[in-house]
Structure formats: C-alpha cells, structure tokens
Design a protein around this ligand. Structure first.
Ligand code: ZN
Length: 394
C-alpha cells in the first residue's frame, strides 16, 4: 500500500464531478476506517512540566517489539497510549555474551547499566553485584516499587532488587528482597517467600517483622487506601498469575495503587518499575491472541500512568521492552480490528527495541543507543550523577 489510509482520506474530491450512490459508498468505506475515534488522542500536558523529574515510572513490556505495538494499535478503535508519547528512541538489546538477550540480562542493563551474561540478575559480566537504580534511589531517600504480571521474583523485577547468577534461583532472589527497604511490591510467587525448599525461613513473617503490610489477594482487587506508614507487599498468586485471556486484569489497578501509595509514602519522590510480563509468553508460544490481549492490558495500564504524569507534571514516564519475542509480524490479510499475526521463532530476537518517553527530561531518550544507556539517563534525570560528582569533588 503506497499511502497510509489517513493520507487517502486527505484527497479533496473534485466539486464538479457527479458521484453515483455506489461510488459514494466506496469512498465512505475507504475513509471511515481511517477516522479513529479521537476520544483518547493525546491531550496537552495539564500541569506545567518540571525540568527535573521527582519521580520515574519505568514501564517494561517483556518481549514487546514494534509489531506487537502495531498489532495493538490496529486491533482497537481507541487511540493507544503509545501515540501519546512525544519522544521516541530505540535501544540495542544485546547482552554481554549474546546478540539475542534474555530478560535477566536485558533488565540488568536497565537496572544496573551494564551488559551482562544471559540469565544473570543484578550482576556484571564478572559475576560481581552492581548497585541497581532501585537500591540507589533508596540511598537518596526516594520510595521504590516493583509490579509484575509474573511472579515478583521472575527475571525482570528480580534484576532491580536481587543479585544472583541464575534467574531461576527464585528463593535466593526472594531472600534478596529482605536486604532492601523496597516500599511497595506486587505480583505472584508468594510460595518462594513462605513455602521454601532451600531453607526453612518464612520471609512473610520476616517482612512483617520489618513493618511490612503483607497482603494476599488472588482475585482482582479494587484499590483502596493502605496505611502509607507501612511498606506494602502484595501477593496476587502463589506461583505465576494467570493470563489476561484467563481473566487476570489487575495491572492497571495495581499501577494506580502504587502511584497513590508511593506518592504518600515519602517526600523525596519515587522510582517504580511496572512489567507486563506475559507479552513474552504469548510470543514464546506463538499465540497472537495472547500477545494482543496482554498488550491491551498493558495499554490500559500505561494510560493510568500517563494520566497521573499529566496531572502531576513531575513524573518521567519511560516505556520500552527488554527485547522482542517471536519475530512477530502483521501478515497479509490483516484488517483493522482483525489482524493476522505471524511468527518466525519461539525465541527472542535482536530487533532494535522502541523507547517512549513522556515528562521532564523525556527529550534525552530520543535517538538510537545501548540498552544500558537507559540506566544512565535515569540516573541523570534523578540527579544521581550530579550528586555523585559533587560528592567526589568534596
Ligand atoms: Zn522471553
């Protein structure tokens, strides 16, 4: 197709020409699909934008490449949240030992700013622990949070809080949570905390002893106010949460809950990582319906975060993926509202990954760069780089 449908819609009809009823019908059938509902198109920033963000929300769509985003956009009438981001860049996702990264190394690049070997979380290529952006945010007195639609000890959230050579060391990763003062975490995997095989520790009791409010709600909860004095550990499943197709839809509410909780939990701002974990699983199982449904769940969640950021003006929202999964593409025969997806692999691919940014310091995220650069740009935006320089000068 030479031109995008919307370009077609722009062609001005010749006023002198007489149109048969049939040709009017044809023109309408061409123009109408392009006229997406404008209801949700990006609205202007409501609160004035600060120069330096007080808060950062990092949104990671695990396995989400450009085709997964295109599939979402062409599967629904409403404009997607992706179309509301003023700044777009691309990152190179390869890890230290492979052009094709896994989620552990991919997330460690974001959390620690290093290229490491696949399967490692929070460790560098020499298997030494690296300070994560979440741990550093705590050192600067910010509040911190992690949310996932997988178990909370799965590769991506683990890379922000744990330091282990193998992403499958779930119980060791769970124990690493106790070595931090993370203020809020939500996801599955409760059994790695209180039904442990490697030791007889009960990390739920240990969390409570550390003044955590520990909740278990395996149904789809409605956010309510929690005592902001206490840190919050929220388990949504003993193992992995179910899929969006199977009815899981807590992510958008969890995002709203976390934003409200972290905002009221401290003065100095917050760092929050939200992962849509199961886009990747749809890619691995070459299940296009699952990919699109997980993308739709993620889109709803991103819209909640953007709403918050627009209202506050002090929050940098970064949206990206660790890698693409499945070699997904939109095939011939695809129609608006009914795409035909195809896959070239059950694994991850090395495609460049899009990065979307909104809010203070967003403009620094344009261009093509290493995935590790996202860590550097977050430290820069939060003022950690300057603070460190000043500390070294004194
Ligand atoms: Zn994967």
């Amino acid at each position: 197709m030479e031109q995008h449908p919307s370009c077609l819609a722009m062609k001005k009809p010749n006023p002198n020409r007489r149109y048969s009823f049939k040709s009017i019908l044809i023109i309408l059938s061409l123009v109408l699909p392009a006229c997406k509902s404008t209801k949700e198109l990006p609205v202007a920033q409501t609160a004035p934008l600060l120069e330096k963000p007080k808060n950062i929300v990092l949104l990671i769509g695990d396995g989400m490449g450009l085709s997964q985003i295109s599939g979402l956009i062409y599967s629904q009438k409403d404009a997607s949240s992706f179309e509301a981001f003023p700044v777009i860049g691309f990152h190179k996702s390869y890890s230290y030992d492979d052009l094709i990264t896994d989620s552990a190394a991919g997330a460690t690049a974001f959390s620690c700013g290093v290229k490491t070997f696949n399967n490692a979380v929070g460790l560098n290529k020499d298997t030494l622990p690296e300070l994560t952006i979440l741990e550093e945010a705590e050192q600067y007195g910010l509040s911190t949070g992690l949310i996932a639609t997988s178990s909370i000890v799965h590769a991506t959230p683990a890379a922000f809080i744990a330091h282990q050579p193998m992403r499958t060391m779930y119980e060791a990763i769970a124990a690493d949570f106790l070595k931090t003062e993370i203020d809020f975490f939500l996801g599955g995997g409760e059994e790695y905390f209180n039904n442990r095989k490697t030791d007889k520790r009960d990390l739920i009791q240990e969390l409570k002893a550390k003044n955590y409010n520990v909740l278990h709600d395996y149904s789809d909860f409605v956010p309510k106010k929690f005592n902001p004095e206490k840190n919050l550990a929220f388990f949504t499943e003993s193992k992995h949460p179910t899929s969006a197709i199977a009815g899981r839809n807590y992510l958008a509410n969890a995002a709203s809950l976390a934003l409200d909780f972290l905002e009221n939990h401290g003065e100095k701002g917050f760092f929050l990582m939200i992962e849509a974990s199961q886009i990747d699983w749809g890619g691995h199982s070459n299940d296009e319906t699952m990919v699109i449904r997980e993308m739709q769940d993620f889109d709803r969640t991103i819209k909640r975060v953007l709403e918050y950021a627009r209202k506050k003006g002090d929050t940098l929202v970064i949206l990206t993926a660790d890698h693409e999964t499945g070699g997904f593409s939109l095939q011939p025969g695809s129609k608006f509202g009914n795409i035909k997806g195809g896959f070239t692999t059950n694994g991850h691919t090395a495609s460049l990954v899009p990065v979307f940014a909104f809010g203070p310091a967003a403009k620094t995220f344009s261009g093509i760069y290493e995935n590790t650069n996202i860590h550097k740009l977050m430290r820069l935006a939060l003022g950690f780089v300057q603070a460190e320089t000043e500390k070294n000068q004194n």
